[in-house]
Ligand binder design. Structure first.
Ligand code: BT5
Length: 337
């Protein structure tokens, strides 16, 4: 039986739980009778009652009004298609949601789906990941129920060399959503970190399938520490880490954050397709914390020190070396000296 998680509307088919919730939402807090529910859904009243019991078990609160029916009193902060898509108005992002209680890695799932032809705008979300991926084989800590782990499938008509532009686009959308939801002012660390108060609050992992002249698809992977507590971070992280709750001192609704993020991604992707990369680049640079700083960039066994001079059109970091030459750095980890 389909439940609220498990692939949600993967096949376009809504779960019974999702349809029950929609009927309650249409009533905007009003009472819905068992009779109404069973006739609208074409199932027995016992079946309706069983589903209400399952919904209660995952955190929905109903009150039973004798001889009248049920009222939906409150909904849990869980990332399921029925909740994320409620009130979400986007052009491309979120045409389809696949949500998991737990999965290996949303990027791995999205990549496989994209290979099998999943459409642009498909979003994969998980409450927890047991193989959350960072870059270069690193691990992304993904405890259940506190953060957002999501991956989007995009099929932009661009060249493979332009793919890094989408990493910048996702960083810009993440900073916008954070400011909208918390008023915090995050900064971006090249190439893919978003920091608040010096701690890493979000990481991006974009993966691509391409031919020489054509991108088949890009998977934008985004991990954001929303309500993660201090004791949930391991001690051996490479850099200081934080969460939105630690920075603001209050819990942040993961559902509202997810909707804000998907809206920001949709807006910036639309602007990118319509007007090109320039506006994204400008906004990215306005959040970029490293311009003019002396840094060391390490990639595999190589390391170079110099002054950051911005980024170029392909997303390469421009580094002025001590002999005056400006080097384009395409990948690596940056430490501020
Ligand atoms: C990243 O890698 O920052 C990319 C992280 C992308 C995660 C998302 S979650 C949804 C999607 N599905 C996936 O499987 N992945 C994406 P990198 O720059 O390599 O940073 C990884 C390093 O950050 C680790 O080696 C740790 O030191 C540190 N780290 C791990 N988990 C963290 C967390 N939750 N918060 C902050 N830092 C963390």
């Amino acid at each position: 039986m389909k439940d609220l998680f498990a692939q949600g509307n993967e096949t376009g088919e809504k779960s019974l739980d999702q349809r029950i919730l929609e009927l309650f939402r249409e009533k905007k807090g009003g009472v819905v009778s068992g009779e109404e529910l069973s006739s609208a859904l074409g199932v027995s009243r016992t079946a309706v009652w069983k589903h209400i019991k399952t919904l209660k078990a995952i955190g929905y609160r109903f009150t039973a009004i004798p001889a009248q029916g049920y009222r939906l009193v409150s909904s849990p902060d869980i990332l399921v298609p029925a909740e994320i898509s409620s009130g979400l108005v986007t052009r491309r992002i979120g045409r389809r949601f696949i949500c998991f209680r737990e999965t290996e890695s949303t990027n791995m799932v999205a990549f496989r789906m994209a290979e099998e032809g999943a459409e642009e705008g498909t979003v994969v979300v998980a409450e927890a990941q047991h193989l959350g991926k960072g870059r270069l084989g690193r691990r992304w800590e993904s405890p259940p129920g506190v953060n957002l782990y999501c991956s989007l499938i995009l099929r932009p008509p661009i060249l493979p060399t332009q793919a890094a532009q989408l990493t910048f686009l996702s960083a810009v959308a993440v900073t916008r959503a954070i400011t909208e939801m918390t008023l915090l002012q995050p900064v971006i660390k090249w190439p893919n970190d978003v920091l608040v108060g010096g701690g890493k609050v979000a990481g991006l992992l974009n993966e691509m399938s391409a031919e020489t002249e054509k991108v088949n698809f890009i998977v934008l992977g985004i991990g954001i520490n929303i309500n993660m507590r201090r004791d949930q971070f391991p001690n051996d992280l490479r850099h200081p880490a934080t969460s939105l709750a630690l920075e603001t001192g209050r819990e942040v609704s993961r559902l509202e954050f997810t909707r804000a993020l998907l809206t920001a991604l949709d807006d910036s992707y639309d602007a990118y397709l319509t007007n090109g990369y320039d506006t994204i680049r400008e906004e990215w640079l306005s959040r970029f914390s490293m311009n003019g700083r002396e840094v060391r960039v390490t990639f595999q066994n190589n390391s170079q020190a110099g002054m950051v001079m911005g980024i170029d059109d392909d997303g390469a970091l421009l580094l002025r070396l001590h002999d005056g030459r400006v080097e384009r750095v395409l990948a690596g980890d940056v430490t501020i000296l």
